[in-house]
Design a binder for this molecule. Structure first.
Ligand code: P6P
Length: 336
């Protein structure tokens, strides 16, 4: 009999005292909401949820209907449970305060409610990414402000994602490695199907949007040229490439079979700090990747060590198989 999410979390608390009841309730609530998001995504055109709103998010991106729907679902499900001092999302400029008539708690929840949403209308895997921080000691008992969220990724208590693909899966770390749950649609349970996800240290597969090549910084260009040189080149092996343009799907592949994912900063003004967001994309994914034995850098620095300066800041992201990431990190450090 496979364990469900609650059993896993309770056993973790018994073994490691690292999942207090409030944290377990928060994770269970997020997971339950991801089931509801999965149902909405799964309906597609039948649920009148495809296509775009006539609105932009704080990133200046046109919002898909499902971006807005999934964001609201996460707010509605979590704001009343008494575990949170506040929530922040890719879809909202400012943090969402807990309404005064609900109790607050000790955690902060950040999420990208539906990452990869450009893929929604073409039926490619997308996902929900979440990150959990503690409300700072000196802020306990009051509503969280933006400053309270600005904590380095090493401060994360837990992180994970749901991937809405051929299977609906929940990938989670509470700091004791990485586990995977598969949604059993017949019972509505998240069942533990991967007990110790590990990323192979080496790989022969890289993920990057090649159409940006002319904008790349020299270390990235050098590394990709070496991959493309194949067996006869300095890396001595042939590489394959994948780019799903859905971070959750690309990271899920890497967690399961290795690889290196790159969305580096480049010479374009709009990407000079990178495209992906630090707080609710890079940090949770970096937490998972490191917990699975991989590495994650912005170029020369470990992403989890970065001290955020604002909620929606962007960063370069190079993550995956440890030896591969370290090679590219060395190229960046040599170029500095
Ligand atoms: P591009 C999706 O919009 C996203 O934020 C990530 O999920 C994905 O890795 C990246 O952007 C794709 O960007 O420029 O290749 O479309």
């Amino acid at each position: 009999m496979k364990k469900n999410l609650t059993q896993y979390l309770i056993e973790q608390e018994r073994q490691n005292q690292n999942v207090p009841t409030e944290l377990r309730l928060l994770i269970e609530t997020i997971a339950r909401t991801c089931k509801a998001i999965a149902q909405a995504v799964n309906k597609g055109a039948l649920g009148n949820v495809l296509g775009s709103q006539d609105t932009e998010n704080v990133q200046g991106e046109i919002q898909k209907k499902l971006d807005v729907i999934s964001n609201q679902m996460l707010l509605d499900a979590n704001e009343w449970i008494g575990c949170l001092a506040g929530m922040a999302s890719e879809e909202m400029e400012l943090p969402h305060p807990i309404p005064a008539h609900y109790p607050t708690g000790d955690y902060l929840l950040l999420f990208d409610p539906l990452d990869g949403s450009s893929n929604i209308d073409v039926n490619v895997s997308i996902g929900t990414i979440f990150s959990i921080l503690r409300q700072p000691e000196n802020a306990k008992g009051r509503a969280a402000n933006e400053q309270d969220f600005l904590q380095a990724g090493t401060q994360q208590v837990a992180a994970g994602y749901a991937v809405y693909g051929p299977q609906t899966m929940l990938i989670l770390s509470i700091g004791q490695g990485v586990v995977g749950f598969t949604l059993d649609r017949e019972t509505g349970s998240w069942l533990l199907t991967q007990e110790n996800i590990r990323i192979p240290e080496e790989t022969q597969e890289f993920a990057i949007n090649m159409s940006n090549m002319r904008h790349w910084e020299a270390p990235v260009k050098r590394y990709i040229d070496e991959c493309l040189a194949g067996k006869e080149g300095p890396l001595g092996k042939n590489y394959n490439t994948r780019w799903i343009a859905s971070m959750v799907a690309d990271v899920h592949r890497i967690l399961n079979r290795g690889g290196i994912f790159m969305y580096p900063r480049d010479h374009r003004e709009s990407v000079r700090h990178g495209k992906l967001r630090l707080m609710y994309e890079a940090n949770p994914m970096s937490f998972l990747v490191e917990q699975a034995g991989g590495a994650s850098v912005d170029g020369s620095q470990r992403i989890l060590d970065l001290q955020p300066e604002h909620l929606h800041q962007r960063t370069g992201v190079i993550l995956g198989s440890k030896k591969e990431v370290e090679r590219l990190q060395q190229y960046h450090q040599a170029a500095n």
